[in-house]
Design a binder for this molecule. Structure first.
Ligand SMILES: *[C@@H]1O[C@H](CO)[C@@H](O)[C@H](O)[C@H]1NC(C)=O
Ligand SMILES: *[C@@H]1O[C@H](CO)[C@@H](O)[C@H](O)[C@H]1NC(C)=O
Ligand SMILES: *[C@@H]1O[C@H](CO)[C@@H](O)[C@H](O)[C@H]1NC(C)=O
Length: 300
C-alpha cells in the first residue's frame, strides 16, 4: 500500500480513557475496546474525532491530508473485526483502508493483509479490494462488489487468521479464502506479528476506474466512521508468546476455524458467482505462470 505514514505515533490523550488502568485483556473480555487504550494516531491528529461517548471514531480527508490510526499491540493469529461506515456521496478517488501489517511503514520485508474500500462517484458502487503480502511482496489483489451500500450503515469487516487459512469476512460472509499449503512458502504470512491499521487517503491516481475519476475536493472533507473494534487473538509479547504455537486453545485456532463450515461455503459460493470483479489468480496477462497459492482450494 503506497501511503504516507509517519513513524512516530502520537499518543492520543483522552484523559478519561488514559486514567483507566485496565489492560487490553480486560477490554477484550468485554468485547469492546476503547480508543485511547488500544490505538495511537499515526498522523494528522486534527483529522481524527470521536463521538461524545467515545464509541465511534471519525477519520477525515481533505485537500491537505488524510488520517490514520493503529493498534498499540501486535497480534499473530486470531479474529480481528471492526465496523465501518464509508464516505458517502461523491467519494471517487478516496480510499478507506482497514488492514494488518507487520510494520508501521511500507518496509520492504513487511507482511500485510488489506481491506481497501475504493470510493466512487455518487450512485456508483464502492468496490472492496483485498490483498495479501508476504516479505514485502503483494500483487495478490481481489476485488468484489458489495451486496449493500456501505455508506448508509455500519457493516462488519473481519479477518480470521491462523496457520491454515486467512479468511476475509463482510458481515460474517466469507468473501475471500487464502489457504496455506502447510509447507515453507513465500505466499502465506504466518511468521510476523501484525498491528491493525485504519486510514483514509487520496488515491485518485489509481483507485476509481483505474485513476480516471479524480477526487472532487469541493466535496471535502471526506469522513469514514469506525466502531466496535475487536481483536480476539494472540497478542504478541517478546520473545514469543505461548499462544502462537498451535495449541488449539482458542476457537480461532481450532479445527473448525481451519476450514469454512458448510454454511460458510454456501455463502462463499454465492459471493464467487456474483460479486468477484477481479481475481489476480485469473489475470494471465499479469501472471502468465499462475502463482502457486492459486491452486489451493478454498473448499478444503
Ligand atoms: C463494556 O464496555 C461498554 C463500553 O465501554 C460499556 O458500556 C459496558 O457497560 C461494558 N460492559 C461490561 C459488562 O463491563
Ligand atoms: C484546501 O481547501 C481550502 C478550503 O477550500 C483552501 O482554502 C486551501 O487553499 C486548499 N489548500 C490547498 C493546498 O489546495
Ligand atoms: C465505480 O463505478 C464504475 C461504474 O459503475 C465501475 O465500473 C467501477 O468498477 C466502480 N468502482 C471503482 C473503484 O472504479
Amino acid at each position: 500500500m503506497e501511503m504516507k505514514v509517519f513513524p512516530l505515533a502520537i499518543l492520543l490523550s483522552i484523559a478519561s480513557l488514559m486514567a483507566s488502568s485496565s489492560t487490553s485483556e480486560a477490554a477484550a473480555s468485554n468485547g469492546s475496546f476503547s480508543f485511547g487504550e488500544n490505538f495511537d494516531i499515526m498522523w494528522s491528529e486534527n483529522h481524527f474525532k470521536t463521538s461524545a461517548d467515545g464509541q465511534v471514531w471519525y477519520l477525515s480527508l481533505d485537500n491537505e491530508t488524510g488520517c490514520g490510526f493503529q493498534t498499540k499491540q501486535r497480534y499473530r493469529f486470531g479474529w480481528f473485526s471492526m465496523k465501518l461506515k464509508l464516505v458517502g456521496g461523491d467519494s471517487a478517488g478516496v480510499v478507506t483502508a482497514y488492514y494488518m501489517c507487520s510494520e508501521n511503514g511500507a518496509g520492504p520485508e513487511r507482511d500485510e493483509l488489506d481491506f481497501e474500500f475504493l470510493g466512487n462517484r455518487t450512485d456508483q458502487p464502492y468496490t472492496i479490494q483485498t490483498n495479501v503480502y508476504k516479505n514485502g511482496v503483494g500483487g495478490r489483489e481481489m476485488r468484489h462488489m458489495l451486496w449493500f451500500d456501505p455508506t448508509e450503515d455500519f457493516h462488519t469487516y473481519s479477518i480470521l487468521w491462523n496457520n491454515h487459512q486467512i479468511v476475509f469476512f463482510v458481515d460474517r460472509v466469507a468473501v475471500r479464502v487464502f489457504k496455506n499449503n502447510e509447507k515453507p512458502n513465500d505466499f502465506f504470512p504466518n511468521e510476523k506479528p501484525m498491528f491493525m491499521f485504519s486510514s483514509i487517503w487520496n488515491a485518485d491516481d489509481w483507485a476509481t476506474r483505474g485513476g480516471l475519476e479524480k477526487t472532487d475536493w469541493k466535496k471535502a472533507p471526506f469522513v469514514s466512521s469506525y466502531s466496535d473494534f475487536n481483536a480476539d487473538g494472540c497478542q504478541w509479547k517478546d520473545p514469543y508468546p505461548a499462544c502462537v504455537s498451535t495449541t488449539t486453545d482458542h476457537w480461532w485456532d481450532q479445527y473448525e476455524a481451519w476450514h469454512l463450515s458448510d454454511s460458510q461455503k454456501e455463502d462463499f459460493a454465492w459471493v464467487e458467482r456474483n460479486l468477484v470483479v477481479y481475481d489476480y489468480c485469473k489475470d494471465t496477462d499479469r501472471y502468465p505462470k499462475t502463482p502457486v497459492e492459486c491452486s489451493l482450494s478454498p473448499w478444503d
